[in-house]
Design a binder for this molecule. Structure first.
Ligand SMILES: [Zn+2]
Length: 201
């Protein structure tokens, strides 16, 4: 199977599972993904993990669990938890009784990238995203446009998620905005969030 066909299969699986769980993009967050974990009988553990590992998936004798970095912000945490769902659905047989360490893209490169593709499609399907973005009628994207997109985004998606999607849809060039510090820019446009004022005082 080609890489492209593998990714397309994973996107179709993500849409099927989404539909099965009645996922609505705008209402899908950590609470909803935890509900799916419960239905799939996957335990979530918060062990201390090396910082390079975002999460790991284990399953032996039907006892399946995911360990995740507690310190991850909400959007990457949601993404990581859905990424792990792909291992649960697709990689259990290949895994045997071992462990998949996620975050290290040198090992298991294809199944890891596949999990990223699955998670992106699950959280915000590409077609839905393309329709929403098209409605904005932006011809030449600027970093400020991406900040506005993020602020008004119905899905819980990080700047990296949105940037990669825009690249994929060829609305921006690959790597065009890699050096932009979007959070900083957001603070310049909208001000520093209240919780940051408090924590820095
Ligand atoms: Zn993974």
């Amino acid at each position: 199977m080609s890489r492209h066909a593998y990714y397309e299969d994973l996107k179709a699986l993500a849409r099927k599972k989404r539909n099965g769980y009645g996922v609505d993009t705008a209402a899908f967050g950590l609470r909803e993904v935890r509900r799916i974990y419960k239905a799939e009988s996957i335990r979530i553990d918060y062990w201390p993990l090396p910082y390079k590992i975002k999460a790991l998936y284990m399953c032996a004798d039907g006892d399946c669990s995911v360990a995740i970095q507690r310190s991850l912000p909400n959007e990457p945490k949601l993404f990581a938890l859905v990424h792990e769902l792909k291992h649960h659905y697709c990689d259990r047989a290949a895994l045997g009784s071992g462990v998949i360490h996620c975050g290290d893209y040198n090992a298991n490169e294809l199944i890891e990238k596949g999990a990223e593709v699955f998670a992106a499609e699950f959280i915000y399907p590409e077609r839905e995203f393309a329709e929403d973005v098209r409605a904005l009628s932006i011809t030449t994207w600027t970093p400020e446009d991406i900040v506005h997109l993020k602020r008004n985004c119905k899905a819980k998606a990080s700047y990296t998620f949105l940037r990669k999607r825009l690249e994929r849809l060829e609305l921006i060039d690959r790597g065009q905005f890699n050096s932009v510090q979007f959070r900083k820019l957001e603070e310049q446009i909208y001000g520093v969030p209240f919780y940051r004022h408090r924590s820095s005082s």
